[in-house]
Design a protein around this ligand. Structure first.
Ligand SMILES: Nc1ncnc2c1ncn2[C@@H]1O[C@H](COP(=O)(O)OP(=O)(O)OP(=O)(O)O)[C@@H](O)[C@H]1O
Length: 345
């Protein structure tokens, strides 16, 4: 099957400043991709290049088999059949919900237009609000209208730039899940920019992690979480500490947080080893491979407690522990690593 969207060796610049370099990925029909990365890493620039708002310096973007961007030629945004949803919703304040959604459907006959608007109002669960104006809706509802308006003309691809960032945390996650459901129902492929990893995990079939102008990894969110390509990706997709590792045996590493056995032996020819330890992958309890750490602080977070421990070498690490563990500040606790992610650098 030919991918819907193909980005090949893309480079984008502002003046002489290189913003994105060697970016390549492919998205299939109906797939949802989330672009995740720190502020300023080029997420919006990539989205704008796909939309046709941003020229490309090198490489190529193709949609449904047609080349739409090269350094030599750009298909104008309005000819790409790409829908865009912005962070600030950008709804028309003087139009009702149904008029907002019908906006891009002027070429349809009236009956067809009305039926498509009804269908979309139902899809975003706002059928009882058809005659209301945007200011009469909550932020989450407004964002669902913006989504319905963008989907109305049946775009081949939908682009969303930080669509949930104006909403509170809980609503963000539930809307991310709802958007996924709505896009699935419509069968529309999408690229969603976010800097919130839980939104990206919930919404995306694919995750693209950007940092330093490079697409560091492109894969299913779970694969990236379990096997990040490098420490930068590991940090972007999870909280944790990066420790130096010393190879004692091909499958045994020593770190400041004790020794860890690896499921498979690794070969190094003198390279440095780095061990990324997620805060939820640290286990207390007596063990031959544990080190003794001191509790210096604890924050109760509800489902778990976030402890700060001082390791024997003086560094402080965080561990998220369940309710079965109760340690007081000042106490000494044996700790070890349950599931390390190891990189050779
Ligand atoms: N019009 C512009 N002219 C020059 N530099 C720009 C312009 N727009 C963006 N940049 C720079 O390009 C880099 C990437 O910006 P971009 O908006 O793509 O990042 P982002 O990952 O979307 O960031 P954020 O998460 O903060 O929105 C930044 O360093 C930014 O300062």
């Amino acid at each position: 099957m030919q991918p819907l969207l193909t980005v090949t060796d893309l480079e984008c610049r502002y003046g002489n400043k290189v913003i994105l370099e060697s970016v390549s990925f492919a998205l299939n029909e109906g797939e949802i991709a989330c672009l995740l990365g720190p502020s300023g890493c080029g997420k919006t620039t990539l989205l704008h290049a796909i939309a046709g708002f941003q020229p490309v310096y090198r490489g190529k973007i193709s949609l449904a088999g047609n080349t739409i961007s090269t350094p030599a030629a750009i298909t104008p945004p309005e000819q790409r059949r790409i829908g865009v949803v912005f962070q600030d919703y950008a709804l028309f304040p003087h139009l009702t919900l149904e008029q907002n959604i019908a906006f891009g459907l002027k070429s349809l006959a009236r009956a067809e237009r009305e039926s498509r608007v009804r269908e979309l109002l139902q899809l975003v669960r706002l059928e009882n609000f058809a005659r209301q104006y945007p200011h009469q809706l909550s932020g989450g509802q407004q964002q669902r209208v913006a989504l319905a308006r963008a989907l109305a003309p049946r775009p081949r691809l939908l682009l969303m730039d930080e669509p949930f960032s104006n909403l509170d945390t809980e609503l963000r996650r539930s809307l991310a899940s709802e958007v996924r459901h709505i896009l699935r129902e419509e069968g529309t492929a999408a690229v969603i920019v976010t800097h919130d990893r839980s939104e990206a995990f919930v919404a995306g079939d694919k995750l693209g992690v950007l940092s330093g102008g490079l697409l560091q990894q492109w894969d299913a969110p779970e694969n990236i979480y379990r096997q990040p390509n490098n420490a930068a990706v590991a940090r972007i997709v999870g909280d944790g500490a990066l420790l130096e590792g010393k190879l004692l045996q091909p499958n045994l590493i020593e770190t400041a947080l004790g020794k860890v056995h690896l499921p498979t032996a690794i070969e190094t020819s003198g390279q440095k080893l780095e061990v990324f330890v997620r805060s939820e992958d640290i286990v207390p309890g007596e063990h031959s491979e544990a080190v003794t750490a001191q509790v210096i602080a604890r924050d109760f977070l509800g489902s778990n407690t976030l402890y700060k421990f001082r390791l024997p070498d003086g560094r402080v690490i965080e561990a998220a522990l369940g309710a079965e563990y109760q340690f007081l500040p000042g106490s000494e606790v044996p700790l070890r690593i349950a599931a390390p992610v190891v990189f050779t650098v």
